[in-house]
Design a protein around this ligand. Structure first.
Ligand code: HEM
Ligand code: HEM
Length: 191
């Protein structure tokens, strides 16, 4: 059996599955159980805030600097994926990284407009309700694409990424740790 290395820290793992549960509860209780809906939404918002901070001070693979890449790199990675020759990454791959930013933005807009609806200033304001609903639906579409992406990457590289999000561990990289370009993009301080 090949060696395994620790990739996802506990905050990322526990946070991810808490987020999945809270997002599902918020969806299932919308217009049914207002208090549960709002509290689930606040859990989502709280985690998004924590995750944004963790993106700067967290462990190596939790940092935005480790997985946020420009549109050209993301597009190139998607093309490589379609050709079944995308490179395996220990942390998030460039397309996964872009999806994480999109998910966090969708969750933030949904949660903040939800909160706005409970304030005197925005209560009953139609456009706020519409943005809330639209952002919730758009985020749900992103989640479906996210899960499909996880499945495709798992199949392509013969590994179980869902299990890795539970245990935090992944098979070590077989070849050279990182290509020259990615290594050059990384700040010298990251370990
Ligand atoms: C059952 C459904 C889901 C599964 C199986 C799943 C699986 C995963 C996996 C395997 C990763 C790590 C990807 C990688 O290896 O690069 C990940 C990351 C992530 N997922 Fe999901 N996911 C699910 C639902 C969701 C939902 C509902 C959300 C948000 C509403 C979400 C948001 C995220 C975020 C933000 C990350 C980045 C983790 C981090 O770096 O903190 N996921 N997911
Ligand atoms: C971030 C996760 C959240 C998701 C996925 C979500 C999703 C939804 C959805 C799908 C609706 C139904 C819209 C409709 O069909 O009319 C809705 C309504 C609503 N949401 Fe959220 N929401 C979230 C967070 C929040 C938060 C944090 C609050 C407030 C603190 C909130 C307050 C409301 C209110 C007041 C409504 C209108 C409900 C009604 O008409 O009875 N939501 N939300």
């Amino acid at each position: 059996m090949s060696a395994e290395v620790k990739v996802w820290d506990p905050l990322v793992r526990i946070g991810h599955w808490t987020l999945v549960a809270a997002f599902a509860i918020a969806w299932l209780t919308a217009e049914e159980l207002d208090r549960v809906h709002e509290w689930a939404g606040y859990v989502v918002l709280g985690y998004v805030a924590v995750r944004l901070a963790w993106g700067f001070v967290g462990g190596r693979h939790a940092r935005f600097a480790d997985f946020v890449r420009g549109p050209g790199v993301v597009l190139g990675y998607l093309v490589d994926t379609a050709r079944l020759r995308a490179r395996r990454h220990l942390g998030h791959n460039p397309a996964g990284g872009a999806m994480i930013l999109a998910l966090l933005a969708g969750l933030a807009i949904t949660g903040l407009t939800g909160f706005a609806m409970t304030t005197d200033a925005f209560w009953g304001v139609e456009w706020v309700e519409e943005v809330h609903e639209g952002a919730a639906e758009a985020t749900l579409v992103l989640v479906v694409l996210h899960v499909l992406g996880v499945l495709v990457a798992s199949l392509e590289h013969g590994e179980n990424l869902v299990r890795a999000m539970v245990t935090g561990r992944k098979r070590a990289l077989e070849s050279s740790p990182e290509p020259a370009t990615a290594a050059a993009e990384r700040p010298a301080t990251s370990t």
